[in-house]
Design a protein around this ligand. Structure first.
Ligand code: GDP
Length: 363
């Protein structure tokens, strides 16, 4: 599966957000630092109106959304790269995530702030600096060991050193490793370096309850910062999201309307996380079940099949494929088939977002 790690300074609202996301109280929210000690992992359904549309057309008895994993990562403080606070554990946990949701406190109020005042741009810099320092120190060590391997005749080591040196150049300038310009061929080996600052980042501005629809001056500064970095930012109120998470679907709509929101902020977070990870959705649709599945962008049909079952990938013959728009416009599978909109795709077919598949395979 793919996952997003939720990071940020203590008391910015990470656990509140995580709890709202998973609608559980697994991660305890409390008004003091270091309350989130173990990484908490939760899976959430990815909201997708297309799935409901497909299910309605096919009269599917069951609807199953695709899921995305979120990990609530223990709070980090200034000095984490030197082992302060829960520094080492934090760094190890973040290394295992595919993308980072960086929660920034943009709400004023009584809650204790570890830095003494509300300033999300400063907070972002504190976290980024710790991550960059950790990458820098790690890389300096690794370049040396790789140099020994290169001397010993290891051919891969040379290419690895070259990539590491390029990351070191930007890190020494105080910029995250994700700003290194990479060719298509270099992306995968670079990803394998598993640098903390090479992961894609979404800034999540946690604003006060009455600012969820509008944002505030703090979140506006974050938006500016994100833009300058080529990153994305979303505005939510974690407190509101945790209230929403307790409500029935009807109550939710009423509450949302009363505060000027069209949908829960969490939907924005989930969709942005999905986009950040470079994922896309395909569907399987029948009378029993309409289901959304996740695969990485660029995957070929057999890799999509493997999401359903490894046997389908192993025995893969072809993928009968209908695009979403045709399926909807032509009233479902039969209509699409009659109109010649069902394509027979082979093992090299690259999956497109919204494809509806029937896989044919040998057992
Ligand atoms: P974490 O340490 O980053 O996981 O932060 P928590 O989620 O535990 O939140 C710390 C404190 O801030 C708790 O007392 C929360 O109730 C409070 N808090 C979180 N989000 C909001 C918010 O949007 N508005 C307000 N007023 N308080 C919040």
């Amino acid at each position: 599966g793919f996952n997003c790690g939720i990071v940020g300074l203590p008391n910015v609202g990470k656990s509140t957000l995580f709890n709202a996301l998973t609608s559980t109280q697994a991660a305890e929210a409390a008004n003091y630092p270091f309350c989130t000690i173990e990484p908490n992992t939760g899976r959430v359904g990815v909201p997708d109106p297309r799935l409901d549309r497909l299910a309605a057309i096919a009269g599917s008895a069951k609807v199953v959304a695709t899921q995305l994993e979120f990990v609530d990562i223990a709070g980090l403080v200034r000095g984490a790269s030197k082992g302060e606070g829960l520094g080492n554990q934090f760094l190890a946990n973040i290394r295992e995530t595919d993308a980072v949701l960086h929660v920034l406190r943009c709400f004023e109020g009584e809650v204790t702030h570890v830095e003494g005042s509300v300033d999300p741009v400063r907070d972002a810099e504190i976290v980024d600096t710790e991550l960059m320092l950790a990458d820098l120190e790690g890389l300096e060590r690794r370049v040396q060991t790789a140099a020994k391997r290169a001397k010993g005749g290891d051919k891969d080591a040379k290419a690895e050193i070259e990539l590491m040196e390029r990351a070191l150049v930007v890190l020494r300038e105080g910029k995250p490793a994700r700003t290194v310009a990479l060719s298509a061929d270099e992306r995968e080996p670079f990803r394998r370096l598993a640098l903390l600052t090479s992961k894609p980042v979404l800034y999540v501005c946690n604003v006060a309850e009455d600012e969820a629809a509008t944002g505030n001056a703090h979140s506006a500064r974050v938006a500016e910062m994100a833009k300058a970095q080529g990153a994305e930012a979303v505005v939510i109120s974690a407190a509101i999201e945790s209230e929403l998470a307790q409500l029935s679907a009807e109550e939710k709509q009423e509450f949302l309307a009363s505060i000027g929101l069209e949908e829960p902020g969490l939907n924005k977070v989930i969709r942005a996380g999905y986009k950040l990870l470079g994922l896309l959705t395909f569907f399987t649709v029948g009378p029993k079940e309409a289901r959304a599945w996740t695969v990485r962008a660029g995957a070929a049909a057999p890799e999509a099949a493997a999401e359903i079952h490894s046997d389908i990938q192993r025995g893969f013959i072809k993928a009968e494929t209908i695009d979403y728009d045709s399926f909807v416009a032509l009233g479902g599978e039969q209509g699409a088939k009659d109109a010649g909109k069902m394509r027979q795709e082979g093992k090299d077919y690259v999956v497109r977002d919204g494809d509806i598949f029937h896989f044919r395979f040998n057992v």
